[in-house]
Ligand binder design. Structure first.
Ligand SMILES: [Zn+2]
Length: 85
């Protein structure tokens, strides 16, 4: 879990682009991301205490933005824009 405001997401965004992960929306805020070994991760994006929080169930430790999260966040931002959030 990490906050979009505090995590260094630039490197993770580049990693995500290199990986070309497949992202599937389960529902708004919940995404399924297929990783490099065809394993899938569930990523949740939500707001808490005014911060944008992203949670991924991979082994990346707290505070670090993983590439699955970034792939999901890209879709989440697009979906949020469509909804007018
Ligand atoms: Zn992850």
């Amino acid at each position: 879990m990490f906050s979009l405001e505090t995590a260094n997401i630039e490197k993770a965004i580049n990693n995500a682009k290199a990986l070309h992960p497949k992202v599937k929306m389960i529902e708004f805020g919940t995404y399924e991301v297929t990783g490099s070994k065809c394993n899938t991760y569930t990523v949740k994006c939500y707001r808490a205490h005014g911060e944008k929080i992203v949670e991924c169930n991979c082994a990346t430790r707290d505070g670090i933005a993983c590439k699955h999260s970034m792939a999901a966040v890209s879709l989440h931002i697009a979906m949020a824009a469509q909804r007018g959030h």
